[in-house]
Design a protein around this ligand. Structure first.
Ligand SMILES: [Zn+2]
Length: 277
């Protein structure tokens, strides 16, 4: 499988194929390189006690690189739940340059509007990207283990079907996050995941670690399995090989033992420029 992400600047990995396929689409994931603030890097989140001015500055840098200015972003107070909001231009600016105005208790966003950038923050959890070429719809979801086992990915698919998307038109990218070789979890997590596998008559595989009652778990492949079960054609799903814990290009909650910044996933349609088409 080819890697869906390509490093475009020090601070940015973009979903190259989608951007080539769909003029106006901008989608990517930030690295920790090139910013300022408490974590000596490009921290994108307001909720981790960083200097808000530094975070705003970091966000404006990415706004320029992504092609949608930071005041047109939408951000969330993420709670590892599966609540998804269908947003539009009127929500622009919420959670963009402060935390108080962010959409509360929301871990997934989608929109049919241009000139809006959907953003979510991460430090090991899985960024999910959604794109429907037919109805020009884009979406993003934050899937940690809890959101994954509760099925935020399939929850997005359900909402898109209700909003008129056809399963075969939905493209998915599973983004940079902690890999299956780095992610050790306790029995509670694998039990929850095993429940899902059992319900779907699939055989789970959780390699055992050398610590008691501890297992390795690939959140990326788990999310891919969820999408396949939800009816997304396998060839529509791309999965990254970038691991936030293996690579020093990223902040990692696990590797940095909790004290760390956040990367940001983003996706949106740039304002349509009539002059150039
Ligand atoms: Zn790793």
């Amino acid at each position: 499988m080819t890697e869906p992400f390509k490093k475009s600047t020090d601070s940015l990995y973009i979903i190259d194929r989608w951007q080539k396929e769909a003029p106006g689409l901008t989608a990517g994931f930030t690295s920790k390189e090139g910013g300022t603030g408490l974590f000596n890097g490009l921290n994108m989140a307001f909720h981790v006690n960083d200097d808000p001015d530094a975070v705003q500055k970091n966000r404006r840098i990415i706004g320029e690189q992504a092609g949608i200015p930071a005041d047109q972003w939408i951000g969330c107070e993420q709670t590892h739940g599966i609540h998804i909001e269908h947003v539009s231009k009127k929500d622009r600016g919420r959670g963009a340059l402060d935390y108080d105005s962010a959409l509360s208790s929301t871990d997934g966003l989608f929109t049919d509007d241009t000139g809006v950038l959907l953003t979510l923050c991460y430090a090991d959890c899985v960024p999910l990207y959604f794109y429907d070429s037919e109805v020009k719809r884009v979406g993003a979801a934050h899937a940690g283990w809890k959101g994954s086992v509760e099925g935020i990915g399939p929850a997005m698919i359900k909402k898109w079907k209700e909003a008129g998307s056809q399963l075969e038109d939905i493209q998915i990218v599973i983004g940079p996050s902690i890999c299956g070789d780095c992610y050790k979890v306790g029995k509670m997590v694998v039990d929850k995941a095993a429940e899902w596998f059992e319900k779907n008559e699939m055989k789970p595989f959780f390699p055992v670690s050398n610590e008691p009652d501890t297992f390795y778990f690939s959140l990326q492949t788990f999310n891919r399995d969820l999408f396949i079960k939800a009816g997304i054609p396998e060839e529509n799903i791309q999965m990254t090989r970038l691991c936030t814990s293996c690579s020093s290009d990223f902040f990692s909650h696990r590797r940095d033992e909790g004290h760390t910044g956040r990367m940001m996933s983003y996706i949106g349609w740039k304002e349509w420029d009539h002059e150039s088409h």
